[in-house]
Design a protein around this ligand. Structure first.
Ligand SMILES: [Zn+2]
Length: 304
């Protein structure tokens, strides 16, 4: 969104129809107009829009993404009074959604899933991987701190980073540097994945050559200049008090709670993959997802 663009124009350009803008967006705009801090105002707005959509359109599938708790954790750490406050906000908004479902007369047909895509871990420091790569002669930076050339460059994903090697002939050399950095134990690496390992073991793939994974308390920044180690601050979500982007085996696991006419009551599951969620919704809706890698979570379903 450019600075001159209004919020309404932004919704229109992002695909909201004139009908949705009139019936859903405009009536709830007062919740976000003139608000400087994004959360929780945008979340209150999103939930109010969800309620308007439920009442007026009775959708077959509606996905709502509150991010207030994510923001509060970045800002204050995994567990704090503010994070608990965020749960009360969610409770309030969820109550409003349930009321909208009743008002729309679709309660007997509606299943509700509460899911999350990731947790967070507290961090104590952020490592400037690119400044280290520059120090090791793998990246060059000019006087203004701009990159002029690179053999390898890091792109942070929070508590891991993806390393791009420009020329395949340098792969072994870069790998040796990264493995040595892991062995040195100073830089917050628990493991260096090759692209092939990341794809095979975790289903993570892209144009990168390596992924470096956190030791559990270090995040990685994209900074090209010293200092190598920075204390946490809230200037960027990648190095607030807590963040995400680490291996999914670490930390508290994401949530899945479900209830409704197509869900068996009282079933408890062991760990499942987040990629099983969409096939589960599809199964309830009677939609085929032949390309999906995940499988519907049949144990919780009560379908004829
Ligand atoms: Zn986040």
């Amino acid at each position: 969104m450019n600075e001159q663009e209004t919020t309404l124009e932004c919704f229109a350009e992002s695909g909201s129809s004139p009908e949705v803008i009139d019936k859903v967006i405009r009536p709830n705009m007062h919740l976000v107009d003139g608000m400087h801090r994004v959360h929780p105002h945008c979340d209150a707005f999103v939930h109010a829009c969800a309620c308007s959509i439920i009442r007026q359109f009775k959708p077959n599938l509606l996905l709502v993404h509150p991010a207030n708790i994510d923001e509060y954790r970045h800002e204050t750490g995994m567990f704090s009074a503010k994070v608990t406050h965020g749960l009360h906000e969610i409770d309030l908004w969820l109550g409003e959604i349930l009321k909208a479902i009743r008002d729309a007369g679709i309660k007997q047909d509606t299943d509700l899933f509460i899911v999350s895509d990731h947790g967070q871990l507290n961090i104590t420091r952020s490592i400037a991987l690119n400044a280290l790569l520059a120090d090791k002669g793998l990246l060059t930076v000019d006087d203004q701190g701009q990159v002029t050339d690179y053999v390898a460059i890091a792109k942070s994903t929070g508590m891991s980073a993806q390393i791009y090697v420009k020329n395949p002939r340098d792969l072994d050399r870069v790998r040796a540097v990264l493995e040595q950095m892991k062995e040195d134990g100073l830089y917050g690496f628990e493991r260096v994945f090759t692209a092939e390992e990341a794809r095979r073991e975790e289903g993570l793939y892209g144009d990168f050559s390596f992924v470096v994974e956190t030791d559990g308390y270090t995040s990685f920044s994209n900074a090209f200049t010293r200092p190598f180690v920075r204390r946490v601050d809230n200037s960027d979500y990648k190095f607030g008090r807590a963040t995400h982007g680490y291996h999914p085996d670490k930390g508290p696991q994401p949530t899945l709670m479900a209830c409704g006419p197509h869900i068996k009551a009282g079933v408890r599951l062991d760990r499942r993959s987040v990629i099983d969620e969409a096939p589960t919704y599809a199964r309830i809706l009677g939609v085929e997802m032949p390309e999906a890698e995940g499988k519907a979570i049949e144990e919780i379903l009560a379908l004829e």
